[in-house]
Design a protein around this ligand. Sequence first.
Ligand code: SF4
Length: 398
Amino acid sequence: MLTRIQQKLLADHRLQEIHAKVESESRLTEEDAMRLYEVRDLNALAFLASIPRERKNGNKAYYILNRHINYSNLCILSCQFCSFAKKKRDAEAYEFTIEEMVGKATSALGMGITEIHMVGGLHPSWKFDHYEALLRALKKIDPRLHLKTFTAIEILHLAWMGKLNVAETLEQLHAAGLDSLTGGGAEIFSQRVRDQICRGKETAEEWLDVHRTWHRMGGRSTCTMLYGHVETIAERVDHLKRLRALQDETRGFTAFIPLPFHAENNKLSHIPEPTGFENLRNLAIARLYLDNFDHIKCYWINHSLKLAQISLSHGVDDLDGTVLEEKIYHMAGAKTPQEQTASELVKAIREAGRIPVQRDSLYNEIARPKDEKPAAAPDETTLSPGHNPATESNLATA
Ligand code: SF4
């Protein structure tokens, strides 16, 4: 039974039809998604998106203790939207040695991280065995450390460098320590858009095929959509449709992560960045349309923690993590900090009325407060049995 306020939110006949589908867990069509993109009332979208969000995840909101490492920004491509990639001659070009990366991971391990998230440019000269050695060195620090590394585009580059097919590449990297794939490089699947924003990059089919191959091997990955540049709404919906179709086939995606375009220091700087309204609308529609995804993540680095906090009422159930060091979005003008403490994430989640849950890379719960009252102050956080001491000390600073 809808309240009077909810009835008002759904005054539009088409929204009532969509609401009935959402309540009965019927799949939304592409026409439904297009209709949702016409909605100007964020409260209506928030109300609708909260239905599957709470059906799937209750009142929980997830975060992870992780460390990002962008191993090098040297890249053989020059995607028009990218502010990160450099050539050897550029002053901002860099590459970390394996020893430097081991040092970064080791110091973060002392802060209780459970995951290394590692991506970089398509390096012009590193050989395949360099990446294997890197994975082995990181795994040697602590075999329990989950290595979430490489986009599908990097996998295709490594396959080319190693003269291997995709399956062989993934098998060898997995043997060296790769645990799951990151979701970057998808951009927008439409070839019309790819020709304008990332000419020369692999096609949608090649991106999807890397994830399909990995999922068939039993691997898990995330997926993304870079939006808010030259794409049409129909092309966004087409992108979501292709992700939903692959998820139907493999069930290998853990989460969907929309990435808003950032405009500084790249060849598309004349395009205005998506607004807060656009970002929240996009997250809510993703939650409604991607009915076979368990998790929708609002990556606070590119949305800001303030907007990520609000997104917890717009279909989102995950804020990502501590991150510690990020270069890709910061070279594109991101004003967010480089890291968040666990206590800041917990505080943001609790203020939004959700229950903070520390997760691992596959969304298994590592720790959560016993006291589920959302208004409890972060420094009252107590952990359930089975937590790891590093996490406890991290949360205890909240
Ligand atoms: S988006 Fe990736 S592949 Fe494209 S230029 Fe930047 S680093 Fe290279």
